[in-house]
Design a protein around this ligand. Structure first.
Ligand code: KIV
Length: 269
């Protein structure tokens, strides 16, 4: 089973790693066969599984249910689970929510935010819970942002995001996830922390790992699709098409062909 030490070793060796969101045992098994390195049980399940219009209604019980299903289906990938909206607003909430998803099978919890999470990161880490901090476009704050938009477009905003990363890394964050930021910033943050693996989604090609929402990369998201998405099903056919799409994604992340320039945000900072 892939561990946090393996992800750190991949970074040290310059070996990229793949990550996909997953919410059920059969997809998880296909990802195991395709040797996808890590899985995120994302609160995006609010939209992709529950049909809601944001991640806000998702509960800790939902996250634990899907985490347990994924863990039963996959004995290979490193598993991270999102703490949903308002489930880590206090230290006690964060501890209780993390306990629930870790006992369901997660190896790490993910929280959205910045420097203000430092104490929470420190307390969880001290309690044996590795933490990933998700920065940039953080969907739980969609109503603050006023939509799903590219973040950190100016040098000042990029420097603020770097300061947030430093604060949570100093507090003990073991992984960073950057969403929807200029490729240059993705590269700067990845190089700034040699010990901390950085996963990107719309953060350019330089991050150590890449993640996509599984429905997006299988072409099952109807309507608007984000610029950073590539449909890996388009090139597949036949009974093993889904499995082959996962294999193609894993290979493209490892050989650096995903994301291509068409899937990255080029902004001079
Ligand atoms: O919930 C989720 O799927 C996520 C990804 C978009 C990174 O946080």
């Amino acid at each position: 089973m892939v561990s946090l030490s393996d992800l750190r070793r991949f970074k040290a060796d310059g070996r990229k790693f793949s990550c996909l969101t997953c919410y059920d045992a059969s997809m998880a098994k296909a990802m195991e066969i395709a040797e996808v390195d890590s899985i995120l049980i994302g609160d995006s399940l609010g939209m992709s599984i529950q049909g809601r219009d944001s991640t806000l209604p998702v509960t800790v019980a939902d996250m634990a249910y899907h985490t347990a299903a994924v863990r039963r289906g996959n004995q290979h990938a490193f598993i991270m689970t999102d703490l949903p909206f308002m489930s880590y607003a206090t230290l006690n909430d964060a501890l209780q929510s993390s306990k629930t998803v870790m006992q369901a099978g997660a190896q790490m919890v993910k929280m959205e935010g910045g420097a203000w999470l430092a104490e929470t990161v420190q307390v969880l880490t001290r309690n044996g819970i590795p933490v990933c901090v998700h920065l940039g476009l953080t969907p739980q704050s969609v109503h603050v942002f006023g939509g799903y938009k590219l973040q950190a477009r100016t040098r000042a905003a990029a420097d603020q995001l770097i300061a947030d990363c430093k604060a949570v890394v100093e507090a003990g964050a073991a992984l960073l996830l950057l969403e929807c930021v200029p490729a240059q910033l993705g590269q700067e943050i990845t190089e700034l922390f040699p010990q901390i693996p950085v996963i990107g989604i719309g953060a350019g090609a330089a991050t150590d790992g890449q993640v996509l929402v599984v429905q997006d990369m299988l072409g099952l998201t109807f309507g608007h699709t984000a610029k950073f998405v590539r449909n890996f099903m388009q090139e597949q056919s036949g009974a093993t098409a889904i499995l082959d799409a996962f294999k193609a994604y894993h290979a493209a992340v490892l050989d650096g062909s995903f994301p291509a320039p068409a899937q990255t945000f080029q902004v001079e900072l």
